[in-house]
Write a protein that binds this ligand. Structure first.
Ligand SMILES: [Zn+2]
Length: 679
C-alpha cells in the first residue's frame, strides 16, 4: 500500500501510453506559445522585481515544458518508431528556436541583472543566488552583451561551426565506411575469435562476396588488432584506421578533415574573443569546476609525471614478453593491442565470462539497493501498475531513513529493438518546490544488458554490474537532492567536469569484497565468488594501467592545449607531436592522424573538456578514500557524502561541497593508488 507521498508522486509521472506521436508537434507548439505569453506577462520592468514574482514563475514555465518534453525525448531513445522520429525531428526545431529566443532576450537578461543588483539579492539563499548567477553567466556566454553587429557575427560563427562539426563527423563516418578488405582464406585470419569471424562472414554475405570481409567499424577492427596473428594484416588495418579522414593513408585527401580542424579551432577562438575570453579554453572553463588553463595543464602534467614510470614499466614488460614469447624484435603500434592481449592471457588466464554465473540480475539489483541502504540510509521499494513504455520496465520509490519519499525511478535493463545502445541516467521530473508542496524527482535508468532467456534470470558480467552502479550513482545525485529550484537541483547546474563524481564514486563498491557478497551469488548454488577468482579479477583490473593512463592524458592534454594555445599559425600536428614527446611511451608513426577522427572534441561536447574524465576520477577516488579510512560501509561517512554532495546538486560550487565532505581540497594520490600507480 503506497504512502500518500508516493501516491502523490505517482500522479505526476508521465502517462506513456497516452503519448500520440501524431499529436506531439501540435501539442508542443501550443505549449511553447503558452510559455511565450506567460513570459511576456512576467513583471520585469519596475523596481518591484523579486524572486517570487519573476524567477519562480519563470522557472515554473520552464519546468512545465521540461515535463512535457522529457517522456517524448525518452521514448525517442528507448522505444523509437517511424512516426515518433518524424515528430521528434520537427519538435527539436521548435524547441531550439524557442531556446535561442530566450537566450537572446534582453528583457529577461535585464530582469535577472536588476534582481542581481538589488538589495534583495543578499537575502536570497545560496541556491537562489546560484540560479541567478548561472542565468546571467549563460546569457553572457550566449552573446547577450554584444551589440547588434556582434550578435550577428556570433550567430554566423555558431552556424558555421555547427556545419563544420557535422562535416567533421560525416567525414569520419564516410572514411570509416569507404575502407574494407575481403579475405578469402581462413588461415590468414588465424587467432580471430569465433564471433568476430562470424561478423566478417556476415559482412561478406551482405556484400555478395565470398570469404570474410573486414571493416574499420570497431566490432571488426578491434578484434583484428587484439587477436589476429597476421601481422601484415594488423599493420594494413592500423594504417587505414589511424589515417581516416586525413591527408595520409589509403584514402589520402578524400575525406580530409585537415581544413575542418583548423577552421573549427579558428571559429571557436573567435567566439571566445567576441565574448571577452582570451581563448576557447578559458571560455570552456567558464562553466566548469577547474578555474584556469594553468590549473588544468598542471593537473594533467602532474598526473602524467606520476604515471610515467608505471607506463614505461608496462611497456618494458610488454616488449620483453613480445621478444621472449612472440619472437618480435620491436613492438610496433599495430602490435600493442595484440601483445597486450597475449600477455593478459598468460598472466591471468582470466575472462569476464567466468564471473557471469555469480551475477544473476535479481540478486544484483537487490544487492545494489541493500548497498545504498547501508551507505545512505535510503530504502527502495517497487511500485506496481505504473504506465510504462515496455513490460520489462520496473518502477521503484526511494525513501530516506525518516520514511520521507525522495524520488522514484524507472529501471529499463535489457537491450531490445528500437532502443538506443549504451547506458544512461536521464531526468524525468526534477525536484522543486511548488508553493507548499515538493515536486519529487523521477529518473530514468537505462541499460542494455543481455535479456533473460526462457524463464531464467539474466546473468550479468562484472562490467555490466559496474555500469549499473555507475548509472545508479547519477540517479542518486538526481533523486536525493534537497534543492528546491529546478535549475540547480539534482544534476542541474553541476559542472561538466564534476558531474561524473557520484557515478564513478559508486562504482567502487563493485570492487569491495563485502559489497560483492551482497550483490553476487552463484545462480545455481548461491555460492559467493571464490577468493581466487576475486583476486584475479582485482589484478586484471589494473593490468597495464600506466599505459592506459598516459594514453588518456595524451588526448586530454592535446585537446586542452590546441584550444588554449590557438593562433592562426598554430600547427595542430606540431602540438600533438610535442604532447606525445612529453608523455607518450609508445611512439606513433609520423603518418598517424589520430586527431582527424577525434570526434569527441571536434564534433562533440568535449572541446577543451576532455580532461573532465580524469578530473572527475580524481574527485571520485579521493571521496572514496575517506570510506577506505573510515570503513566502506560506515553510515556516518555515507551520511556525510549524502548531505555534502548528493543533496546539494548545483546549489553551491562543487569544489566547496567537496571540501566540506573531505575536509580539504582533492588529492590525486587515491586515484593513483586505486590504479596501482603509486610510487
Ligand atoms: Zn556517467
Amino acid at each position: 500500500m503506497p504512502t500518500a507521498d508516493i501516491e502523490h508522486a505517482i500522479k505526476l509521472l508521465p502517462k506513456f501510453s497516452s503519448i500520440d506521436p501524431l499529436l506531439i508537434v501540435d501539442q508542443l507548439a501550443a505549449l511553447v506559445e503558452q510559455n511565450r505569453r506567460d513570459i511576456d506577462a512576467l513583471r520585469t520592468n519596475d523596481g518591484e522585481i523579486s524572486w517570487d514574482n519573476f524567477v519562480a514563475p519563470f522557472e515554473e514555465i520552464g519546468d512545465r515544458l521540461s515535463r512535457f518534453w522529457s517522456p517524448i525525448g525518452h521514448l525517442h531513445g528507448v522505444a523509437d518508431s517511424e512516426h515518433l522520429r518524424t515528430a521528434y525531428t520537427e519538435a527539436v526545431q521548435i524547441l531550439t528556436e524557442y531556446a535561442t529566443e530566450l537566450a537572446q532576450s534582453d528583457r529577461l537578461f535585464a530582469a535577472f541583472q536588476r534582481l542581481r543588483d538589488s538589495s534583495k539579492f543578499d537575502s536570497l539563499d545560496r541556491g537562489q543566488q546560484k540560479v541567478i548567477d548561472n542565468a546571467l553567466r549563460d546569457f553572457r556566454l550566449g552573446g547577450i552583451d554584444l551589440d547588434e553587429s556582434g550578435r550577428a557575427r556570433f550567430r554566423e560563427l555558431n552556424a558555421e561551426l555547427a556545419a563544420l562539426t557535422t562535416g567533421f563527423s560525416e567525414n569520419v563516418l564516410d572514411a570509416t565506411q569507404a575502407w574494407e578488405k575481403n579475405i578469402d582464406s581462413l588461415p590468414k585470419l588465424a587467432g580471430l575469435p569465433e564471433n568476430a569471424l562470424g561478423l566478417a562472414k556476415q559482412n561478406a554475405v551482405r556484400r555478395d562476396q565470398s570469404g570474410y570481409t573486414l571493416t574499420l567499424d570497431h566490432p571488426s577492427y578491434g578484434p583484428v588488432m587484439a587477436y589476429c596473428d597476421n601481422r601484415d594484416l594488423r599493420r594494413e588495418m592500423y594504417d587505414a584506421y589511424v589515417t581516416r579522414a586525413s591527408d595520409q593513408g589509403p584514402h589520402a585527401g578524400r575525406f580530409d578533415n585537415s581544413e575542418n580542424i583548423d577552421r573549427i579551432l579558428a571559429l571557436r577562438h573567435e567566439i571566445a574573443n567576441l565574448i571577452g575570453f582570451p581563448d576557447y579554453a578559458e571560455y570552456s572553463l567558464a562553466t566548469k569546476m577547474a578555474t584556469s588553463t594553468r590549473s588544468v595543464i598542471e593537473f594533467l602534467e602532474d598526473l602524467a609525471a606520476r604515471s610515467a614510470n608505471a607506463a614505461r614499466r608496462d611497456f618494458d614488460q610488454l616488449s620483453k614478453f613480445a621478444n621472449d614469447e612472440l619472437g618480435l624484435d620491436t613492438i610496433e603500434p599495430w602490435d600493442v593491442a595484440y601483445c597486450t592481449e597475449k600477455l593478459r592471457e598468460q598472466e591471468f588466464a582470466f575472462s569476464g565470462e567466468e564471473l557471469r554465473p555469480y551475477f544473476p540480475v535479481a540478486r544484483v539489483i537487490a544487492g545494489l539497493f541493500k548497498t545504498v541502504e547501508r551507505l545512505f540510509g535510503v530504502t527502495v521499494q517497487p511500485i506496481e501498475g505504473i504506465d510504462c513504455w515496455h513490460p520489462d520496465v520496473r518502477v521503484y520509490a526511494m525513501s530516506d531513513d525518516t520514511g520521507v519519499l525522495r524520488g522514484t525511478f524507472y529501471l529499463d535493463l535489457y537491450a531490445r529493438e528500437h532502443k538506443r545502445g549504451g547506458a544512461w541516467m536521464d531526468e524525468c521530473i526534477v525536484r522543486r518546490a511548488r508553493g507548499e508542496t515538493i515536486q519529487s524527482p523521477a529518473a530514468y535508468l537505462t541499460c542494455n544488458f543481455t535479456p533473460p532467456i526462457d524463464e531464467n534470470d539474466s546473468l550479468l558480467t562484472h562490467d555490466e554490474v559496474q555500469t549499473l552502479f555507475h548509472e545508479f550513482g547519477h540517479g542518486l545525485h538526481h533523486m536525493l537532492t534537497l534543492v528546491d529550484y529546478a535549475p540547480v537541483s539534482g544534476i542541474n547546474g553541476v559542472p561538466w567536469d564534476g558531474v561524473e563524481l557520484p557515478s564513478q564514486f559508486l562504482e567502487n563498491w563493485v570492487w569491495e569484497r563485502a559489497a560483492l557478497d551482497t550483490i553476487s551469488g552463484h545462480f545455481e548454488t548461491d555460492e559467493p565468488i571464490p577468493d581466487k577468482l576475486f583476486k584475479r579479477m582485482c589484478i586484471a583490473k589494473n593490468f597495464q594501467a600506466g599505459l592506459q593512463m598516459v594514453r588518456q592524458l595524451e588526448f586530454a592534454l592535446f585537446d586542452f592545449r590546441i584550444h588554449a594555445e590557438f593562433s592562426p599559425a598554430l600547427s595542430v600536428q606540431a602540438v600533438l607531436d610535442r604532447v606525445r614527446e612529453q608523455i607518450s611511451v609508445i611512439e606513433a608513426p609520423a603518418y598517424n592522424r589520430f586527431q582527424h577522427g577525434f570526434s569527441h572534441i571536434f564534433a562533440g561536447g568535449y572541446a577543451a573538456g576532455y580532461y573532465s574524465y580524469k578530473w572527475a576520477e580524481v574527485l571520485a577516488a579521493d571521496a572514496f578514500s575517506r570510506f577506505e579510512e573510515e570503513g566502506v560501509f560506515n553510515p556516518d561517512t555515507g551520511r556525510s557524502f549524502r548531505e555534502c554532495i548528493l543533496e546539494r546538486g548545483g546549489s553551491e560550487d562543487l569544489m566547496v561541497l567537496f571540501e566540506q565532505f573531505r575536509g580539504r581540497g582533492p588529492h590525486i594520490e587515491p586515484l593513483l593508488a586505486q590504479a596501482g600507480l603509486s610510487t
